[in-house]
Design a protein around this ligand. Sequence first.
Ligand SMILES: O=C(O)c1ccccc1N[C@@H]1O[C@H](COP(=O)(O)O)[C@@H](O)[C@H]1O
Length: 208
Amino acid sequence: MNVRVKICGITRLEDALHAIAAGADALGFVFYEPSPRYITPQGAASIIKQLPPFVATTALFVNAEPALVNTVIDECKIDLLQFHGDEKAAFCEQFSRPYIKALRMKPGVEVDKVAKQYATARGLLLDAYKAGVPGGTGESFNWDMIPCSMRSSIILAGGLDDKNIREAITYVKPYAVDVSGGVEASKGIKSPDKLQRFFDEVACANNE
Ligand SMILES: O=C(O)c1ccccc1N[C@@H]1O[C@H](COP(=O)(O)O)[C@@H](O)[C@H]1O
């Protein structure tokens, strides 16, 4: 098993380089102003220009205007879009980049039904639900809510850290995992030690 890992909420080049050195397959940049991990398109573009090859870049939006999404695509040459709000499939599909759709796991949510609504998405990311907060809560959800038939194709997120990532991967066996708060020293600043511990645990899970 070789689960992919995305490190989200990058605000500094040094954090991006630490994440890549530790083993990140993808980096995420948050273009949602209320987030403590918010970065401007210019800030993200400056980091992305200095990255080594073969690392995917993802732009995260929450109910953004199309103009902002297009600005980020143009300025940052981003690889993938991540929609973390109430965007419908028709909205997500209108851009010149593939997208993943985040689904917050409220009790009663029908993951398979939502997956059909977003059939054009490259992937479905499952995150914890917390009223009034669109994501990046640092909270996890009950993984038993994920239908067994979908586990190998989803991106698992929500409150992952070096303490629970091994169990998360061995239990859910997701396609990929996405983490933000669990590898931070403080909001918006990644911790090299936490990143290393996180990837060490991922490696253990991959070898089980
Ligand atoms: O990171 C944020 O600040 C954020 C803001 C708004 C929507 C999503 C956000 N982050 C995403 O949330 C999940 C879980 O994050 P965490 O690991 O629990 O902190 C992850 O996909 C982030 O990309």
